[in-house]
Ligand binder design. Structure first.
Ligand SMILES: Cc1ncc(COP(=O)(O)O)c(C=O)c1O
Length: 347
């Protein structure tokens, strides 16, 4: 049967997500999940749905109730919100909507590896624009003709950010849409929601990281209401189920919970960065819930392997000529203590 597949599907390797071991004894610092549980209001909202007879029916196709909540909490027009089954779904919808077969997706690199995979699935080309020194975007963007330009902000693996001015300048140079992927933005000090008023900017968000809901699968985009209506044509009719819609709305309602966890994570992030530096790593100042740790004096891949053998998972990333390093999620304090204890034995 595989001979009938589209040639681009046969040719592609497929996205490889970070390992998701079942073993609870593992310290998991490899996929930027939140070490703290989500707001208890999430489970309450989900239980309310389960106890009602609502599961019999289809969920709201465009997530009207969630959109009202998110619109109020974030100060945006509810009609400007597109719901997704995780922000990966949002990115898939955007790719399907904007990128023709043979088209072009561009992003600064190194960045989120899924962007290339989305191009491969679509039968489109992917081209990276290397970040300049210090993870800076080139002021004059070299590939204005892309069908879709994606900027993770904060970026992964670096945790660095482009300023709003830099993003606006980029959007102004592009002939196509710019997606600002704000998966990690709640750990930063600024966001780009205000840029969603520009005609070619879409801002993407997820509840996987800051809200501690990676398992629920919920993301959303903010763009002009006119564009959101068009994008809704492309998505699965019921791309978000009733439980995730209810849980996501409840999570957004509890901003106090979000802020309390954010605060703890930022304190741990600062401590982790300093400690890694004292162990000889170079740590890029991070605006996300992970840090990018590199070193010149020795290879870090054996450290990743050694940590893994001691039940501590971090992410080893090798970007070829753009270098390699360890991307380490900011876990709970006890997890970071264990990580540092093991690293101390290795350097
Ligand atoms: C930059 C970036 N965007 C999007 C995502 C996807 O998140 P979600 O869980 O919402 O699909 C991730 C997840 O790691 C990410 O790193």
């Amino acid at each position: 049967m595989t001979q009938f597949l589209r040639p681009n599907i046969r040719a592609m390797a497929g996205y490889v997500p970070g390992e998701q071991p079942r073993d609870d004894g593992i310290i998991k610092l490899n996929t930027n999940e939140n070490p703290y549980p989500p707001s208890p209001r999430v489970a309450e909202a989900i239980e309310r749905v389960l106890r009602s007879d609502r599961l019999r029916k289809y969920p709201e196709p465009v997530g009207t109730t969630f959109r009202q909540t998110a619109g109020r909490v974030l100060g945006v027009d509810p009609d400007a919100i597109l719901v997704g089954n995780g922000s990966d779904d949002i990115l898939t919808i955007l790719t399907r909507a904007f990128v023709p077969e043979g088209g072009l997706i561009v992003s600064p690199t190194p960045s989120y590896l899924l962007y290339r995979t989305l191009a491969e699935i679509q039968g489109a080309r992917f081209q990276g624009v290397p970040y300049l020194d210090g993870w800076k975007l080139p002021a004059k963007w070299p590939l204005a003709e892309a069908n879709l330009t994606l900027v993770a902000n904060p970026n992964s693996p670096s945790g660095t950010m482009a300023s709003l001015e830099e993003l606006e300048t980029l959007a102004g140079q592009l002939k196509g849409p710019l997606v600002v992927d704000e998966a990690y933005v709640d750990f930063a000090n600024q966001h780009a929601l205000s840029l969603a008023r520009l005609p070619n900017v879409v801002v993407s968000r997820t509840l996987s990281k800051s809200y501690g809901l990676a398992g629920l699968r919920f993301g959303f985009a903010v763009a002009s209401p006119k564009l959101v209506r068009e994008l809704a044509k492309v998505k699965d009719s019921y791309n978000c189920d009733m439980l995730s819609l209810a849980g996501a709305a409840a999570a957004l309602e509890d901003q106090e919970w979000l802020q309390a966890n954010r605060k703890k994570i930022l304190v741990t992030r600062a401590r982790l960065g300093k400690s890694l530096e004292s162990l000889g790593f170079h740590v890029t100042p991070s605006h996300a819930n992970f840090v990018w740790a590199t070193r010149r004096d020795r290879a870090v891949k054996p450290m990743y392997e050694e940590l893994k053998s001691r039940n501590i998972l971090v992410r080893y990333m090798d970007y070829g000529e753009h270098g390699n390093g360890l991307r380490i999620t900011v876990g709970a304090d006890a997890e970071i203590d264990r990580l540092l204890e093991e690293l101390r034995k290795m350097v």
